[in-house]
Design a protein around this ligand. Sequence first.
Ligand code: TXA
Ligand code: MG
Length: 339
Amino acid sequence: MNLEGLMSNSPASRSDERAATAAMSKAVRILRRGGLVAFPTETVYGLGARLSDTAAIARVFGAKGRPVDNPLIIHVPGWAQALSLVRRPPRSVKPLVAAFWPGPLTLVLKRSKRVPGAVTAGLNTVAIRCPAHPVAQRLIRALGEPIAAPSANRSGRPSPTRADHVRADLGDRVDMILDGGPCRLGLESTVLDLTRRPPRLLRHGAVTIEAIAAVIGRIRIEDGDRDSGPARSPGLRHRHYAPRVKMILVDPGPWASRLGELKHARRRIGLICRKNGLRSPRRVGFYRRFETLSDYASGLFASLLEAERAGIRILLVERVRKRGLGWAIMDRLQRAAAG
Ligand code: TXA
Ligand code: MG
């Protein structure tokens, strides 16, 4: 069901509106029956289940092939609806919520008894986020209950930023997909753990460390690649974002001569780069050039999936500097290349 017209800011016709309302009612019915609904957010598509339905939560893990020790994010329409899910939130919550909600910032807080253990993988903390997408907002409000949702991809695969990515990856494992068009940001939310001092950044996203520090002061970046010790954000240890393409991260440079050194047919080679691209991009099998960091972020996962579909064997991908959004882009690139 395509809701792009209505749910974005463009004017919609009456019949579009009726169709969207019908799709929304259907999605709510499915969730109430224990089904799974994929829905758009401003970051990536989520695979949603009703928070209180533990059987549906179990189906989410099954559909994704997700390890059961990797907890889900709970989606709420605002802070008021998060209150009953948490215990003793620290003072820093208020300014963070005021600055970044709705938006791509997930907060890890102590959980209340209302949160099913299956959602948090047995942890005594819970991750909560308030999506800034009208379809997501409307769905949660219509359901009248928070929605637990991971990204709507099979575990270890690139996250979906379009409805057709969800369909291709999950197929019949999802009961309905609400199509809100391409996701604006394209990378998953920033995850910030407020249960420790100073707060720990567990996952980079569009809300940057710099922006968070400007609101609450010093935070620490968690080294998610460390394998020893207790898992602070269990998801970080697992294989991630890996396309079925060999990815090589490279610094910007003389593309043409580098491509010449590769022992593959030209149509099997792909290149994702920034400003200084190739003069004759038709000579490779896949070519994407991103002028800005935000274009890079929003187009990255879609490009990896596209390169894969184009039958690319080797994909050269240009590194960016770890600054602002560059942190999140490099984090996804490094994990995808490691897979
Ligand atoms: O942008 C997003 O956050 C998307 C959209 C759909 O909202 N969701 C998403 O969910 O990326 P998922 O499941 O793919 O990633 C959730 C991340 C994982 O790394 C998980 O380990 C971490 O959040 N997480 C969840 N609960 C946690 C907790 N209680 N403590 C620490 N990390 C937690
Ligand atoms: Mg994910």
